[in-house]
Design a protein around this ligand. Structure first.
Ligand code: IFM
Length: 443
């Protein structure tokens, strides 16, 4: 199967950017050349990672980066989205770890030499453990440490970076990491989630000033994930529960950035669960950005609950990915058009979209037609949003290659390239070839 788009689609013009994405902890390995991060610690705890694995080797990208650049180049993409490991480049006393910086400098130089635009995320979840030891994202001070880290990176990397995102998916760091505890650092409590989120958003705002000062020529912004919320029925109770869920999971992270305030749902929270907002914080958070990164995978359906403000209905009798996530591309279009209506947005980049599928490799081939179908449906959905006036400038497939899928370890494969973790052999899947063929068609 091929991936195709309507003939005159803007997405077939060379002005529309296509890329592949990864993140430091998920692919690098090389843990002995950096300080420990919260995911190293979390992986050591009993019962946290489904296959009991960790990030110590991952895809060994720390050693195999040169061949990975060749692989990215072979796919014919315009851009590569990667993240920087904070504990690899900064020592505990705030000084630079030159060996760590050199790793990224060589990587960026290699990409630029091939004309591949580097999209760099400063924080994709690997907080230095020493900062977690002083409270992590529950400690306001961590936001200021992040701004110092942003300064160190931008001054060291100079003009090598096409685009900087401060954070990847604050929802995941705050909610999954500090409220329900399924991600590092594994804290559980409603009194933590919103506080962590606020400090992350504060860190974003502080870092935007740093980026604009020390890297004024790059495109600077943030990456948010959205799981659009749909009601189980049209009953007023289910509609109210769905609105609460949408505010809590989605709007919570975007509204402060563009409207300078949290959704009104904040008034419904117990005081103990509210963030600690200091005068002036919302102005720091609400900074002009050059782009918004949007990550989309699935939707969720909600109904009212007697105890909690909302309840998720697990998907049944619908198409699913290997994560158990519903395949519902229409939500992608509806998400983008609704964000466009609600907010005054800068240009959007789809910074992640893709799926885990139960791949098998036979005769050195992975025939993942199911993943090709997912990409086809979602690129069509994106095309529809663009036709309806949403200003989307580019799209990144998640992921370049199979990698460490957080609490699910290596059991879920999101790559368009297959990784044999025993040999570190990379094999381009049928989806990788289809993506590459689509990109080659552009004029
Ligand atoms: O693998 C993750 C990535 O790190 C962040 N966004 C979602 C992906 C799939 O779960």
């Amino acid at each position: 199967m091929k991936i195709s788009l309507p003939q005159r689609s803007k997405m077939l013009s060379k002005n529309f950017l296509y890329g592949v994405a990864t993140a430091s902890f998920q692919i690098e390995g090389g843990i002995n050349s950096r300080l420990p991060c919260i995911w190293d610690t979390f992986c050591q705890k009993e019962g946290t990672i489904s296959d009991k694995s960790d990030g110590s080797i991952a895809c060994d990208h720390y050693n195999l980066w040169q061949q990975d650049i060749e692989l990215i180049d072979k796919l014919g993409v315009d851009a590569y989205r990667l993240s920087i490991s904070w504990p690899r480049v900064m020592n505990q006393d705030g000084s630079a770890n030159q060996q760590g910086l050199d790793f990224y400098i060589k990587l960026l130089d290699g990409l630029n030499a091939k004309g591949i635009k580097p999209f760099v995320t400063l924080y994709h979840w690997d907080l230095p453990q020493y900062l977690e030891d002083t409270g992590g994202w529950l400690n306001r001070e961590t936001a200021y440490k992040f701004a110092e880290y942003a300064k160190l990176v931008t001054t060291a990397l100079g003009n090598r970076v096409h685009s900087y995102a401060t954070f990847n998916e604050p929802f995941c760091s705050a909610y999954l990491g500090y409220e329900v505890g399924v991600h590092a650092p594994g804290k559980v409590g409603k009194e933590y989630g919103r506080k962590a989120a606020h400090h992350i958003l504060l860190a974003h705002g502080l870092a935007m000033d740093v980026l604009n000062k020390y890297s004024p020529d790059s495109m600077n912004g943030i990456v948010l994930n959205f799981t659009p919320a749909y009601p189980a029925t049209d009953s007023p109770e289910d509609l109210a529960a769905t609105k609460f869920a949408d505010d809590y999971n989605n709007q919570w992270y975007i509204k402060p950035l563009f409207d300078g305030r949290y959704p009104d749902t904040i008034d419904l929270l117990d005081d103990a669960h509210k963030p600690d907002i200091v005068d002036g914080d919302m102005d720091i958070i609400c900074k002009k950005m050059d782009f918004l990164g949007v990550n989309f995978y699935t939707r969720e359906v909600f109904k009212a609950d007697a105890v909690e403000p909302f309840m998720v209905i697990p998907p049944e009798n619908v198409p699913l990915t290997d994560m158990g996530w519903e395949i519902y591309p229409q939500a992608f279009t509806e998400l983008l058009t609704s964000l466009n209506e609600k907010y005054q947005l800068p240009p959007i980049y789809i910074t992640e979209n893709g799926c885990a599928m139960p791949d098998t490799i036979e005769n050195e081939q992975v025939d993942d037609q199911n993943r090709i179908a997912y990409y086809q449906q979602h690129l069509n959905a994106l095309h529809d949003a663009i036709e309806q006036g949403v200003n989307v400038k580019g799209y990144f497939a998640w992921s370049l290659m199979d990698n460490f899928e957080w609490a699910l370890g290596y059991s879920k494969r999101f790559g368009i390239v297959y990784v044999d973790y025993e040999t570190q052999q990379r094999t381009v899947k049928a989806s990788g070839q289809a993506y590459s063929d689509l990109l080659a068609q552009r004029s």
